[in-house]
Design a protein around this ligand. Structure first.
Ligand SMILES: [Cu+2]
Length: 313
């Protein structure tokens, strides 16, 4: 049975997962039994009641009470079991424990932002304490996204101008993948993040240090780190290859042709504007798909990114 489950479903890592899987397996098993039973009955009856001679006639049957009661009551019982099971599971998933740890989630085309109680922000990396309920309060900056952690069996739409929430309790420490499951535009398939469940003390440590700028880093080193941390690498390469966006390689002081035919020089002002208001100037041949980093990066951090881009040639 465990082998079958492993084959059918991703590992179950949250407290609600067992309940979701139980119901799934029940519905699957009932459907399988009915499929096999009905298929055999059809084959058997079509053989048994085959017309064998010209004299064979069809008997006139008006009704059969026993049979009719059976085929009404048995499905009713099955459906009520599925309803009761599904409803309690749904209520458990919708009722947030009062001691849940709250994290704000913002979906953007095409990344996930996570805001924690102490002002820490992480991009595409959710960090949570294990063995403690966590409530995510979610909203979108633009279109509808959908937040999905298969290992935790939770999924919820993320909407503009409205909060939605999802809660879970991770049963073990470790990393799982987060998907966006609402088609949200061109780079939808890049909208992948991870959730890492930590022990309580590791989580406190992470929270205390995650956004502390390491003063010993030079601006170039800091810029390199920020680019990795903020998901820029999903769309920009440093080796000259074209991804969703232009490569940083050799871009400093290069001439950039824009969509409207004008030409700009990639200087500090252009870089800064590209990061804060990506849609102000669109490079020719590219789609306006870069999310704005307004409010996510401080001036010092933008300076560091510019210093780093200068060095990539
Ligand atoms: Cu999305």
């Amino acid at each position: 049975m465990d082998k079958v489950l492993e084959f059918l479903l991703p590992p179950a890592k949250s407290t609600i997962a067992g309940q979701v899987d139980g119901l799934f397996i029940f519905i699957l098993a009932v459907s399988a039994v009915l499929l096999v039973g009905i298929s055999f009955a059809i084959i058997y009856f079509s053989w048994k009641y085959k017309r064998r001679s010209e004299q064979d006639t069809t008997p006139v049957i008006t009704h059969n009470t026993k049979l009719e009661v059976a085929w009404s009551v048995i499905p009713l019982i099955l459906v009520m079991i599925v309803f009761g099971w599904g409803f309690t599971g749904y209520m458990n998933m919708r009722t947030v424990p009062t001691d849940a740890y709250e994290i704000r989630v913002v979906g953007k085309s095409w990344l996930w932002e996570f805001h924690y109680e102490n002002g820490t922000v992480s991009v595409n990396e959710l960090h949570v304490p294990a063995n403690r309920p966590v409530n995510l309060v979610m909203s979108s900056n633009d279109v509808i996204h959908s937040f999905y952690i298969p290992d935790y069996r939770v999924k919820r739409d993320v909407l503009p101008n409205r909060y939605s929430n999802v809660w879970f309790e991770a049963m073990e420490t470790g990393e799982s993948v987060i998907f966006c499951t609402e088609y949200c535009g061109r780079a939808h398939s890049n909208m992948i993040a991870t959730v890492t469940a930590h022990s309580e003390s590791d989580f406190e440590n992470w929270l205390a240090t995650a956004n502390v700028i390491d003063e010993s880093l030079s601006p170039v080193e800091l810029g390199k780190e920020l680019i990795a941390k903020n998901g820029c690498n999903a769309c920009h390469s440093v080796d000259g290859s074209r991804m969703v966006g232009p490569s940083y390689k050799g871009s400093w002081m290069a001439e950039r042709e824009l969509e409207d035919g004008s030409v700009v020089t990639v200087d500090a002002n252009y870089l800064r504007e590209s990061i804060l208001e990506p849609n102000a100037k669109i490079g020719a041949g590219y789609d306006p798909v870069m999310p704005s980093y307004q409010g996510l990066l401080s001036d010092r951090e933008i300076d560091a990114i510019i210093e780093y881009i200068k060095t990539i040639d």
